[in-house]
Design a protein around this ligand. Structure first.
Ligand SMILES: Cc1ncc(COP(=O)(O)O)c(C=O)c1O
Length: 456
């Protein structure tokens, strides 16, 4: 299979193809000039010639918006994830938001999510007019504190949005157990909510398509699961996302279909027929059930997704191999890595999260600067929500989420993608080792580097 980066990755952190160019150097911080310099992108898309051919076929087919390829992609995704049904949408953000809207979550309701996530997990709660309730992480963990979760549930809580950071699924058994203990507070306010006897679990699985939990596929564990197919994700449609629900979320097939129709209405202006249905014979006439939104997936996107799905298993395996190589390479360094495989779980290998033990933000940011000088793009996942202006404006303060802050202050995300060679991984490890050693012996540079600000 021929591989390569075609065009732009659509992200500030992606600085082009992985390769070898020139020598190291930089503003007063030369690293080992003997090592040949490489340029290592953070998360470029892996687009094959087959992918391009599929997209070209869609373009030539005469149907480019939502149509047969999108419907086929939904079926293939549902089969892959062992889900009851999948609805394709314009992004994971749209999937989360359409789920909340279809479930009738709105003003006066509360929705709980993690303080340690990307803004999308929480902004959708604000979009529907509900009140976001943030949960701190457990000490030393990227996942929300399940022991604290129970105490946050009130009569107004309609949903919890756990976040599968880096592609490792949350502990859904503990989440369901916590919500089961609060069942007496659950009072459904919408017909779809009435299918559940406790607060609804809507997984933010933007990173975890393809992950496993207790042998189950991501998409078949939480009540609802939102996937992202954004440019930097493991499987990409450029921009795109999908909402899955597990077998059993709706006991009757008819209810599952009704929910699907509601999500489709939300995604297409509340219009009772999509463009394809309207184009069949004389069936032009439609109604608008409510003034809805516009976040459907196109057949061009679906064509890319269908093709990517054909080689996704291979990509997942390569990602796990890269994680192993990183773990072996980093073993001698005073760092902690997030486990991607273990008893009862296998992640999608989306992000290589590393914590520089005992270090602070200034040290971490200086490491990012030195890596950049070495041609290695790195990142931070995530700046906790209470550090961001929007959430401070809503009254959240970082001091109230000490464990999330502790995770963030020395976290650095290393490149993890299928265009990396083993030698690239070794180069990143060597560069990290050199950066840490240099900063520990010389102290922080005066021209302290800033971390990237605009990467999801
Ligand atoms: C944890 C998390 N949730 C949601 C999203 C939003 O995904 P999308 O860009 O598909 O809306 C992202 C994007 O990176 C993310 O990292």
């Amino acid at each position: 299979m021929e591989r390569g980066i075609i065009g732009n990755a659509g992200n500030a952190g992606n600085v082009g193809n992985t390769g070898i160019i020139g020598n190291a150097g930089g503003c007063g911080n030369p690293l080992n000039a003997e090592t040949t310099r490489r340029v290592i992108a953070f998360s470029p898309p892996d687009i094959t010639e087959e992918d391009i051919a599929e997209v070209a076929q869609a373009l030539r087919s005469g149907w480019i918006t939502t149509g047969p390829r999108t419907k086929l992609f939904e079926e293939r995704l549902a089969h892959y994830a062992d889900a009851q049904k999948v609805a394709c949408l314009g992004s994971a953000t749209a999937a989360l938001e359409c789920a909340l809207r279809a479930l009738g979550v709105g003003p006066g309701d509360e929705v709980i999510t993690s303080a340690y996530t990307y803004t999308a997990s929480c902004s959708v709660i604000c979009h529907v007019g509900a009140i976001p309730i943030l949960c701190d992480t457990a000490p030393g963990s990227y996942e929300m504190d399940y022991a604290a979760l129970e105490g946050l549930v009130t009569e107004r809580t309609r949903a919890v949005i756990p976040v599968d950071i880096a592609g490792r699924m949350c502990d859904y058994d503990r989440i369901f157990a916590a919500l089961d203990r609060k069942k007496e507070l659950w009072k459904p306010t919408n017909g779809f909510q009435a299918h559940f006897d406790r607060v609804i679990v809507l997984a933010d699985a933007a990173h975890s398509f393809g992950a496993r939990y207790q042998g189950l596929h991501c998409g078949s564990v939480a009540d609802f699961t939102a996937f992202s197919f954004h440019a930097v994700k493991n499987l990409t449609t450029g921009e795109g996302g999908a909402l899955a629900w597990r077998k059993g979320s709706f006991a009757r097939e008819a209810d599952s279909e009704a929910f699907y129709r509601q999500v489709m209405l939300c995604s297409l202006h509340g219009q009772t027929k999509d463009a394809l249905a309207k184009s069949q014979g004389a069936s032009w006439e439609y109604d608008i059930a409510f003034p809805g939104w516009k976040c459907n997936m196109t057949d061009i996107q679906a064509a890319l997704g269908l093709s990517q799905l054909n080689h996704y298993q291979e990509a997942l395996e390569r990602r796990q191999a890269i994680v192993l190589r990183y773990e072996e390479g980093l073993a001698g360094l005073d760092v902690s890595t997030l486990a991607h495989a273990g008893e009862g779980f296998l992640s999608s290998g989306h992000l290589m999260l590393v914590r520089l033990n005992g270090k602070d933000e200034a040290f971490r940011n200086a490491v990012i600067g030195l890596l950049a000088e070495r041609g290695v793009a790195s990142n931070v996942h995530y700046k906790p929500l209470p550090l961001l202006s929007a959430y401070q404006g809503l009254g959240f303060a970082m001091d109230d989420f000490p464990h999330a802050y502790a995770q963030y202050r020395n976290e650095i995300s290393l490149p993890l993608h299928t265009l990396l060679s083993d030698e690239d991984v070794d180069y990143v490890v060597a560069s990290l080792r050199q950066a840490i050693t240099q900063l520990e012996s010389d102290g922080l540079p005066l021209c302290e580097a800033q971390p990237p600000q605009d990467m999801p």
